[in-house]
Design a protein around this ligand. Structure first.
Ligand SMILES: [Fe+2]
Ligand SMILES: [Fe+2]
Length: 487
């Protein structure tokens, strides 16, 4: 049942693309919140009734202007009545969670037609929730018909005219396809890590098998020399940053390990150990972790216990093998520092394992560029790199610092650069062949005209004739780099 309204190319063009593009994010947020509440609460619960009401208000308002509201997901993008919705940095977690809901049910889209009611939506949600099991997923369109739900039509991914869609998308995004794949791997890892951490907090021990599954695709893309995923670690401005930090440290560590010549199996183990490096934080009270002001001595003691707490949790994992030992060591040693100035306090002769030295650098680089409540602004990735290579470099293994530069480049993703030809560009991912010439998105042309968001212009990578003349400070910027990185 290929459907014109679900067609991203707009076989039936949307009457007002701009209006849909602007209401789209709100629609996704409402829909996602509704699913989340439906999962947790009974339909009679107040929390659910509120969400349902909010969703219906928005949906009915949209139906005043549209023939129908058709939400489709194709190749990692949402389309609302054929209009592609841009991913806003702050909402990325919502987008990807919702995408996961569709994927698990092999759904390509849902159409809401005129006449849809709250009662009907409620019945549909019950079927939707039940369709999480694979056997039921396949039957969702049929089950919806059987339940006499006439104004909500789920469409199987298979029933969308995929070939057409993929062709249209390929034509539109050829240079970005690796980036598209990287985004999928990255966000799956973030949401998967959230599950691992939440589970570990409940059970008192991390699920190593699950962590391995999340890290595998990261190792695969880096082994294929696809580094877009390294660029994505520059995204900090979103709700799931706590979990993204674990993924960022894992991605950076694996990539650094590769440039240090580690073999695939070791990289896979390093990726898992890096993903779990902060798992002991689940034992630190949330108020302390999230405290906006300065910490007192007592609170610092609690924070500084997280490496030991992590090791204790890992002792509860079944079986003992190379990977569990590596993970314990990284957990224990990631704040120790190369010159033993960190914590926990150990004898000076203690040798920090190679993996721990890698994770320590990846951890500090990522943390320096993240928002912290007590700072006016985080360091830009370029400033963080400068600082790590400056006076604090004695805390880190010099070979590992070199691997960091090889991995993120001299101008890490997120840096805004002024070039010799008078272009202003945003670095979006590193170029391992030349750390001075990252892959970039052009922001301003030499004549001073800004490149509009829709007419995306990229350098893949920065041409050989170009060079960077200046790195702009965050204060000088008039664009939201986080939004552009997320796009
Ligand atoms: Fe830590
Ligand atoms: Fe950390």
């Amino acid at each position: 049942m290929p459907d014109a309204a679900l067609h991203p190319d707009g076989a039936s063009p949307a009457p007002d693309g701009e209006r849909l593009a602007s209401v789209g994010p709100a629609f996704l947020v409402r829909f996602s919140a509704l699913l989340r509440t439906a999962r947790t609460y009974d339909v009679s619960n107040d929390a659910f009734r509120h969400q349902l009401q909010d969703f219906m208000t928005l949906l009915l308002r949209m139906l005043e202007d549209e023939d129908e509201v058709a939400l489709a997901v194709v190749a990692d993008y949402f389309y609302l009545n054929g209009v592609r919705l841009r991913a806003q940095a702050s909402l990325l977690a919502v987008y990807h969670a919702l995408m996961g809901e569709f994927e698990r049910r092999e759904l390509g889209g849902v159409r809401f037609l005129h006449g849809v009611s709250a009662a009907e939506t409620e019945r549909f949600l019950q079927l939707f929730m039940a369709a999480e099991s694979p056997a039921m997923a396949e039957r969702l369109p049929e089950a919806t018909l059987e339940a006499r739900i006439e104004h909500i039509v789920p469409v199987h991914a298979m029933d969308l005219d995929r070939e057409d869609l993929v062709r249209a998308l390929d034509a539109e995004h050829t240079p970005a396809s690796e980036r598209g794949r990287a985004k999928r791997v990255f966000w799956r890892a973030v949401l998967g890590t959230k599950k691992v951490v939440v589970r570990a907090a409940q059970t008192g021990r991390p699920d190593l098998r699950q962590a391995k599954r999340l890290v595998q695709p990261v190792v695969d893309s880096i082994m294929k020399n696809e580094y877009s995923i390294v660029g994505l670690t520059a995204l900090k401005d979103h709700d799931e940053y706590t979990y993204a930090h674990c993924v960022n440290v894992s991605v950076l560590s694996v990539s650094m390990g590769q440039s240090l010549g580690l073999k695939r199996q070791t990289l896979a183990d390093l990726g898992v150990a890096a993903l779990l490096h902060d798992i002991g934080k689940v034992a630190v009270p949330g108020e302390v972790l999230r405290k906006p002001g300065k910490l007192d001595a007592n609170e610092w003691t609690m924070i500084r216990r997280h490496p030991l707490e992590g090791v204790k949790m890992m002792f509860r994992m079944p079986g003992l093998n190379g990977l569990t030992l590596d993970s314990m060591r990284v957990c224990l040693e990631h704040h120790m520092n190369f010159d033993r100035t960190g914590y926990p306090d150990v004898a000076h002769a203690w040798g920090q394992a190679a993996m721990s030295r890698i994770v320590a650098v990846a951890d500090v680089f990522d943390a320096m560029t993240a928002h912290r409540a007590y700072q006016k602004r985080p360091l830009s990735p370029f400033e963080a790199l400068q600082s790590l290579l400056g006076p604090t470099r004695v805390q880190f293994d010099p070979a590992v610092l070199w691997a960091l530069v090889k991995t993120v480049g001299l101008y890490p993703a997120g840096s805004v650069l002024h070039t010799a030809s008078n272009h202003v560009v945003l670095a979006i991912s590193p170029n391992p062949a030349d750390p001075r010439r990252p892959h970039c998105r052009v922001l301003v042309r030499p004549d001073g005209t800004p490149v509009s968001e829709s007419a995306e212009e990229t350098w893949d990578p920065m041409p050989g004739a170009e060079s960077v003349t200046r790195v702009l400070a965050p204060e000088e910027l008039t664009v939201d780099t986080q939004e552009l990185l997320a796009a």
